[in-house]
Design a binder for this molecule. Structure first.
Ligand SMILES: NC(=O)c1ccc[n+]([C@@H]2O[C@H](COP(=O)([O-])OP(=O)(O)OC[C@H]3O[C@@H](n4cnc5c(N)ncnc54)[C@H](OP(=O)(O)O)[C@@H]3O)[C@@H](O)[C@H]2O)c1
Length: 212
């Protein structure tokens, strides 16, 4: 659901409009894209507590009506989830967050997992920006895999659902072939791998602005 919808009516309408546009009776899942409207991300400290509670009520009602099979959030910090849970009838089932080697928000992952909220890792290959890091390349070759495979496996071993994106069918096959085990020591090293400096041409997008 677009991050802009922060009233019950807007959110309920957006659910029905989406189903109508897609010609479907139900969707497998819908999530609130961000606690803050997109234009406010990185620009404001307002976490839109009441707006998110209102949008969440619309998601809960659609879930109860069978229009959505799962409901969740995205880019929510622990505090945002706590505020939501205070008035929620149903706990978020999923939190979809920026999670990849060099960006591992350990406390948030732990918080979600302790609260039975599935963590989904978006941009697990760092939007492509991790592909040329020499240390990561070296570790991948030690396991006899590619960097994207190491990246996907890393997020899976953190207990997350990994959401790699590719327009290339060969890459898709490779990204699904991750039946190997990263050692405990290497997992720890990857958790603390230094932040990549930039997401290239995509750096201007709010999701890569460092606050989500
Ligand atoms: N909730 C949110 O706020 C949010 C924000 C951002 C993204 N997302 C979602 O997260 C998903 C992934 O996002 P992302 O595009 O940043 O993903 P990503 O998987 O981190 O990176 C995609 C890039 O990696 C390349 N790539 C993928 N597999 C490869 C392989 N095996 N070998 C070489 N290059 C490979 C792709 O190029 P090729 O196409 O050439 O393979 C593409 O350039 C998307 O579905 C997106 O909708 C959600």
């Amino acid at each position: 659901m677009a991050a802009e919808y922060k009233t019950y009516d807007e959110a309920a309408k957006s659910i029905d409009d989406t189903l109508a546009k897609m010609g479907l009776d139900y969707l497998d899942m819908m999530i609130i894209h961000s606690p803050q409207p997109w234009v406010k991300v990185n620009q404001s400290d307002d976490r839109y507590v009441e707006g998110n509670r209102a949008a969440w009520r619309a998601l809960e009602d659609a879930y109860k009506a069978g229009k959505l099979k799962a409901i969740g959030v995205s880019n929510f910090q622990a505090g945002d989830i706590e505020s939501l849970i205070e008035t929620a009838r149903i706990k978020p089932m999923v939190n979809q967050i920026l999670l990849h080697i060099s960006n591992t928000p350990k406390e948030l992952v732990e918080y979600c997992q302790k609260n039975d909220i599935v963590v989904e890792a978006y941009s697990p290959i760092a939007h492509g920006e991790i592909l040329n890091q020499p240390q990561i390349k070296e570790m991948a070759s030690r396991y006899g895999v590619t960097v994207p495979q190491l990246c996907v496996r890393y997020t899976l071993q953190l207990g997350a659902v990994s959401l790699p994106k590719t327009a290339n069918p060969e890459h898709m096959k490779v990204n699904a072939d991750v039946d190997f085990e990263i050692s405990k020591e290497d997992m720890e090293a990857l958790k603390d791998f230094r932040k990549i400096e930039s997401y290239g041409a995509s750096s201007a997008f709010p999701v890569y602005g460092g606050k989500l």
